[in-house]
Write a protein that binds this ligand. Sequence first.
Ligand code: NAD
Length: 295
Amino acid sequence: MDQRFAGKTAIVTGAGRGIGRGVALRLAREGANVVIAEYNAESAEAVAAEIESLGVESMPYAIDISDAGRARRMVEDVAGRFGRIDILVNNAGVVQTKPMMDLTEADWDRIVNVNQRGTFFCLQAVAEQMLRQLPDSLKAAAGLADVVAVQLSADKESSKVEPTELEPSYGKIVNFSSIAGRRGRPLSTHYAATKAAIISITQSAALALAPYRINVNAVCPGIVVTPMWHEIDRDRAALFGAKEGEAVKAFVNTVPLKRAATEDEIAGVVAFLCSSDANYITGQAINVDGGFEMN
Ligand SMILES: NC(=O)c1ccc[n+]([C@@H]2O[C@H](COP(=O)([O-])OP(=O)(O)OC[C@H]3O[C@@H](n4cnc5c(N)ncnc54)[C@H](O)[C@@H]3O)[C@@H](O)[C@H]2O)c1
């Protein structure tokens, strides 16, 4: 496999299982040292051991991403060990299947705190580190203190109508939204709201960080049969008095490609967005859903 990420340091949140584990393994196979930032300390250790067996370094890091202070400490610890952070994959998320009219404040806060707050504060903490890593020339030209001023001056002075050389990227951030972020979901209103918010956060961060050549994008997976989907399936079966497995089948039947995605199919798109092939892509939310959504 190409070693596109040789020597780079990546943090993948929620990488103890499911899609996050798939992303961590994919980045590691392509040469990255990968931090497994995960709520479940045991699964973080297990995935970190798998990663090390691929011949790169790994670091299991027990974290609840909704704790912004812990996210900042993680960034310090990772930068302390590896010297830099090149990639953040903000994958950790939680879901709940419950009719809208039954949602409680506690339900709302749990989902929003992890998915929306956690994603934002991990992004902010890692972006601060990426800004510290900028070459002095870009720091000086950009004037770190004032992003708006940079954007205005970029219009006048530093735009390159005909680029003569490829610009490097100084960091790649990929956030996990979902097709649930594309339209309402009466059985997971709070989850869908956080996934729509993640698209908005991705766009804002892409604009704020563009002057520093830090790319921020999102992926919107359709269905991947991970432990999260098993949970959704069980909850739907209980709600509708159906058999387990029926919700997954019914959903897959609505996907134009008529199948779920593999974890590696999502990981491949994330790896592309983290690679230099995607240096000119920022602020995008890419559906990886077998054709389910087309906007
Ligand atoms: N599976 C799908 O079909 C699907 C579809 C669309 C979007 N997504 C999104 O993809 C991402 C991964 O989904 P998955 O299916 O692999 O989920 P999963 O539940 O199988 O795995 C999520 C991982 O995140 C960890 N995690 C949960 N809360 C955390 C926290 N507060 N701090 C740190 N780690 C935490 C869990 O321990 C777990 O290891 C999620 O953001 C999810 O919303 C999944």
